[in-house]
Design a protein around this ligand. Sequence first.
Ligand code: NAD
Ligand code: AKB
Length: 314
Amino acid sequence: MKKILVTGACGQIGSELVIKLRELYGENNVVATDIKKPQDGSEDSLFEIVDVMDEKHLYETAKKHQVDTMLHLAAILSFKAEETPRLAWRLNMGGLVNALEVARELNLKFFTPSSIGAFGPKTPKENTPQETLQRPTTMYGINKVAGELLADYYFERYGVDTRSVRYPGLISSKTLPGGGTTDYAVEIFYEALKNKKYKCYIAEGTYMDMMYLPDALQAVIDLMEADPDKLIHRNAFNITAFSAAPEDFAKVIEQHIPDFQMTYEVDPVRQRIADSWPNRLDATAAREEWGFKYNYDLEKMAKEMLELLSNKLG
Ligand code: NAD
Ligand code: AKB
């Protein structure tokens, strides 16, 4: 990667990914685009308003900046997608096909994240294999499976260098998550610091894969820089750092905030989504094919989140 365009750059992943990419590849080599301006006012000459539904504008922006790579993040997440399924279909599929077309026309390397949401209730829940049954029951999951297949199609049919990971729930300190099922794993830290309590919308005993954002960002870079000859798979690799249920987050927070109290008020929509997802992915293919690794387990992530957020919240 030499010059990179990021779509959906102001979201949970993009807002930190752009900073990291600029550190690694140079301030002038990362073009951030979104339909909204950055929250922190960090708008600069290399930020552009681009709606991924406007293929021509996306093409012109990528061409103008002579990028060689596109990291396509613009999407609607699982919970929002259940509320607005037709919009999710239009953006998650329409935006993706536009982005892939631009990558084909300009010969760009291409990354777009898939998700643990690409699996469904009939998928094996423990050590979910890299290749297994994918029959999701959510609009988001349907979009993600179709997206994986579409990205493979652009690789096989047109030779576009497409690569992807199935992200677990991501936990970050800079930007709040954008309407997913795993958002509780971020909200809990804010509420623990502000109010010493959290009412969780996901039931006790519901395990999902999770990862701290710095590990998720490193994974994009490692995958995109990996030797293509070593990649047996492409779209998309299982990756995970730890599997956790809400009470695991509560326990680790109690180590730092002893009077923290967790209660439950289960939201049936998000619970149904969570119940349809795996407990724990098998990330062997990612480790073997491009050296995937993570640095943060639940304890290390929680300690850092609490430190960073207590500084942020004052
Ligand atoms: P987010 O909701 O935080 O950010 C998405 C960004 O896309 C927002 O800034 C939004 O303004 C922008 N956007 C929306 N519509 C757009 C449009 N028409 N044109 C251009 N930009 C538009 O999402 P995120 O968490 O940063 O996720 C990015 C990608 O990673 C998505 O594909 C998501 O499915 C995937 N993913 C995220 C997680 C997670 O836990 N965050 C886990 C698995 C996969
Ligand atoms: C969501 O909950 O929708 C995302 C995801 C795991 O894809 N965080």
